[in-house]
Design a binder for this molecule. Sequence first.
Ligand code: PLP
Length: 318
Amino acid sequence: MANDPGAGRVAWFQGAIRPESEVLISFRDGAAVHADGVYDTERTFNGRVFRLDEHLDRLWRSLAYVGIEAPVSRAELAEISLEVAARNHEICGRDIWVTQRISSGVPHDYGGDGRPSLIVESLPLPFESRAPFFRDGIRLITPPLRRVPPWALSPQAKTVNYLNPLLGGRHAARMDAGAWPILLDEHGNLSEGGGANVFAVRGGVVMTPRAEFVLPGITRGVVMELAAGLGLTVEERDIGLYEALTADELFITATSVCVCPVVSLNGRRIGGDGAAVPGPVTHRLQGAFSELVGLDIVAQYLDHLDAAAGAAARAPFV
Ligand code: PLP
């Protein structure tokens, strides 16, 4: 596509950086057949990869959880990731996602060598489709299906098995095109979306669901640090629908959007009619985040508002 900001991207695959078109995984790869794979995704700010070490720590925990051995060392993967990021940032001409994908490969019984496969790849950040969230706030919907409980498949591991939140996202989109899902956990408390953690603010206290029930987002951790640095009380705790619906503010955190305000939950305006979007605490956290990463995260999205009308806003699964 002539207007694809990512056209010409490269990826690391089978020992070399090559054009994406040369990255060909078998249709019998464990990731394709049984979702037997893990991944992690970071983003750049002005071309610099943010918190790579923390993402690789999480990736290594995900690998350990599912029992896949990394085909390269951690130090090698860090180096490969930085190289792919630098090349693709230049090619895309904007900030990008950088993703490491490791799957179990093709098993012996399927004619393979049973060795794990690794891809490191990038996509341009979707500023256009998400810009309106920074002006209007995100609409959240809690779908009827619940987040997979930790005793079935731990949400703390970032695996490629996304059908659970993905179906939640489809339900939310049927209710309200453009809304994002926040799944409830098995007890009926907020958990997370397909690619985002959620926070509630009540009386100046910043709350987020306990790590047991969610992916411990890298952005979630950063925001908890920033909130504490601003002198706010931060609590990891169960957040029921009552607390969420009566919160002063809700916001989500994710690698792509960093800190993004929520305008409504299940059609109910958060903070009451006429409440500011973003609310004051969300706004302060966006400011602190911008200071930390060295660019105005809100302006970076809002700069793409003109292009937003043509871009389809889809539920995120990153
Ligand atoms: N929850 C899920 C299920 C995710 O896939 C993601 C994205 O990685 C997040 C939360 C947010 O995590 P992070 O801040 O590391 O992007």
